[in-house]
Design a protein around this ligand. Structure first.
Ligand code: DAH
Length: 350
């Protein structure tokens, strides 16, 4: 092999071994393989050689050139990895066991209203129940006196899962489980069933300022001997007056829900005008807030409770709607939008 090639090879290996960072290596690449690099220059010098010499020389230089390119690429990889490792090592140590600075966060307005309702109902002897978001058709409909093909199902455009279960469209879906859970205590020990169960519900709704496919409700039930509509009115009035921190009047209008009989729409006196009539209540003095009613005998039966002996009331408070009213949120999408700027301005009254 031509001496010039041998010498350049030695020099190249030397240079490569002495390179410790990516930018120096890039310099070496240019100085050997660039347009004016030493290997390229070798090829240019071939013109003075004989034809036979040219062939062998050309081949040797090309092999050297390829080897050099491969060696540079390998070294580049090695140096980059080393640089990343060094960078990681130089990072400040992150201790995940240090408690977070919670003063920076804030509760979502729906969480605030939910907790407030829970607190009020707990103080009146209700238990707060948690229930799954995925339920069976039986829980969400059949046990609530809504058989298959009942027109009431049309009101709740339901997300069904492939296994036949569904995303609950209403917190009422937990009623059956609650009755079954507490019925023995009611029947054997005379302890009334008093439970609320807040939860996320899902319906296939087109989204606009007032509708979302995901929203929160809070269901409440009370079952005992001699429970009447007056009990229902008392609990709702007490709860709402606490939530809004003022005396709230309520009225009941007839409403239809297959799982209550009679069923009602509960209206509250307008929060803005107090009942005088204003644009926000469309001059009626009332705002529609909470459907409710006396639990249907079939629903009690499905829960293992004898409707001849026990009666009860149920209500389905729209928590999302309540939060919007309490905090004057005009567009429901602001609640799910995740903008901290708008969501972090709400605080608990207490
Ligand atoms: N689950 C009903 C809905 O989402 C609301 C409802 C109505 C709940 C009447 C009740 C009730 O408990 O008694 O449309």
């Amino acid at each position: 092999m031509d001496e010039r090639i041998v010498n350049l090879k030695v020099q190249f290996d030397n240079d490569l071994n002495n390179t410790e960072n990516v930018s120096d290596l890039e310099g070496i690449r240019v100085s050997y393989l660039g347009k004016k690099g030493s290997i390229t220059e070798l090829l240019k010098g071939m013109k003075d050689l004989s034809n036979d010499e040219k062939k062998a020389f050309g081949q040797d230089v090309n092999i050297f050139k390829n080897e050099a390119a491969d060696k540079i690429a390998a070294k580049m990889q090695e140096l980059k990895e080393k640089e990343i490792e060094a960078e990681i090592k130089s990072m400040p140590y992150f201790d995940i066991s240090i408690p977070a600075d919670l003063s920076r966060g804030s509760y979502h307005p729906i969480t605030l209203v939910q907790r407030q309702c829970e607190k009020i109902f707990r103080s009146m002897g209700f238990t707060v129940e948690d229930y799954s978001e995925i339920v069976t058709d039986y829980e969400c409909f059949e046990s609530l006196n809504i058989p298959k093909h009942h027109p009431a199902r049309d009101m709740q455009d339901t997300y069904y899962l492939e296994n036949g279960q569904l995303l609950k469209t209403q917190t009422s879906a937990a009623q059956n489980a609650i009755y079954l859970k507490y019925k023995d205590r009611l029947i054997n020990e005379g302890v009334p069933i008093k439970a609320i169960f807040p939860g996320r519900c899902f319906r296939n709704e087109a989204t606009d300022a007032c509708h979302e496919n995901t929203f929160f409700q809070m269901e409440g039930v009370m079952v005992d001997k001699n429970i009447s509509i007056s009990n229902l009115i008392f609990f709702m009035k007490t709860m709402l007056s606490e939530v809004f921190q003022k005396d709230i009047n309520v009225r009941l209008r007839p409403g239809f829900f297959p799982f209550v009989e009679p069923g009602f729409e509960l209206d509250i006196s307008c929060l803005i005008c107090g009942g005088e009539g204003c644009p926000s209540c469309k001059h009626s003095g009332w705002l529609e807030l909470c459907p409710c009613g006396m639990i249907h005998p079939e629903v009690l039966k499905a829960g293992g409770i004898d409707p001849e002996e026990y009666t009860g009331f149920a209500f389905g408070l729209g928590l999302t709607r309540l939060a919007m009213m309490k905090y004057s949120v005009k567009d429901i999408r602001d609640l799910n939008g995740g903008s901290l700027k708008s969501l972090s301005q709400f605080t608990d009254d207490e």
